[in-house]
Write a protein that binds this ligand. Sequence first.
Ligand SMILES: *Cc1c(COP(=O)(O)O)cnc(C)c1O
Length: 424
Amino acid sequence: MKFENSLTFAQLQDQNDPLAEFRTRFHFPTFHNPNPVYFTGNSLGLQPKKAAAYIQEELDAWAKYGVEGHFLAKRPWFSYHENLTEMASKVVGAKPIEVVVTHSLTTNLHLLMASFYRPSGNRVKILCEEKAFPSDQYALASQVAFHGLPSNALVEVGPRIGEHLIREEDILQKIAELGEELALVMIGGVNYYTGQYFDLQKITRAGHAVGAIVGFDLAHAAGNVNLALHDWGVDFAAWCGYKYLNSSPGGVSGMFVHEKHAYNKELPRFAGWWGHNKEIRFQMEAGFEPIPGAEGWQLSNAPVLGMAAHLAALEIFDEAGMERIGQKRDLLTAYLAFLIEDVSARNQEKCAFEIITPKDPKQRGAQLSILAKGQARQLFDRLIDFGVIADWREPNVIRIAPAPLYNSFEDCYRFAQFLEQAIH
Ligand SMILES: *Cc1c(COP(=O)(O)O)cnc(C)c1O
């Protein structure tokens, strides 16, 4: 499609957008501008309007039933998480038995690594991406230390000198090179800084070819890119609910464990009563019997209020469908990239922008990371004054994410207008 930097063009795209109506399902923050351009759905997604009603239902049930709400609430708390499983599994391309929503992301990564990072003999290394999200760096380093291994058991693969992105061939090459020393590949599916989306299927195959386990942190991938975790044979994954999934600050996280591990009771794990056989859970007897599948990794009873927000959000995903979300994501992101390049080309001498996110739609989701050359921080502050809500990363990267469920082509157009005004 031929794009145009004009309001008429943007509005026409919005008229033809089958998902346009979904924008009205969300609250837009208007604390500093009545009509903001919200481009930080990759950091904290917007609140679905229905979330308040779902949370209120549980508060009412708590007031009305007290502890009996576990069984008497309309959606009994005892099994509240089960309301989320099927919809969450569709978002990540998994079978319901492979997915559970519980805990928080970093917690889940640790729980999964307790089971799937089993260094032994020479096979002790973990491969991750350089400059992984800090929580992942700490989690991985502490896993290595927990097993009494030296820090060089954690191997990073990064961009080549002078480049911003990690070449896929370098990841695959590193996996092959580590070979029998490689215990685990643990990479962020979409890099939080550059927005680079790795070929998870290829990485999984390469990891398995050398006998390693392969897991992914999908914090920036879930609800953003089209995943097929089951078909790709990924061993495990975890993601948070509050970025593209719009499910409340610090909200509940999702966990994926491939079906091939579902019935393996030999896997070591950190257990809790919520992962124990449901039929006999309340007999309160010793002897842990894991529920087959991802549910067997649950420790604690369901945090119902956070899950109520997630339920509201997942219903929207279910209605829109990842297929359509993906189509709009690619078009909207390409349009925004076009606009930024257009503005940049006309203002080279004042402030140039380089989009460091891959151009190939298969290698990115909804995020664009813009390297600003010139007076970048001042420019960013001007954008905020205009009503843009975006994300600044030191030293000079602006991250923006047009979320297909609630951002419009007009949002992209307005952003480009503000960008040009900010330059001037
Ligand atoms: C957002 C994010 C986190 C945050 O972890 P929490 O446990 O939810 O605080 C961790 N890892 C990655 C890759 C992220 O993008």
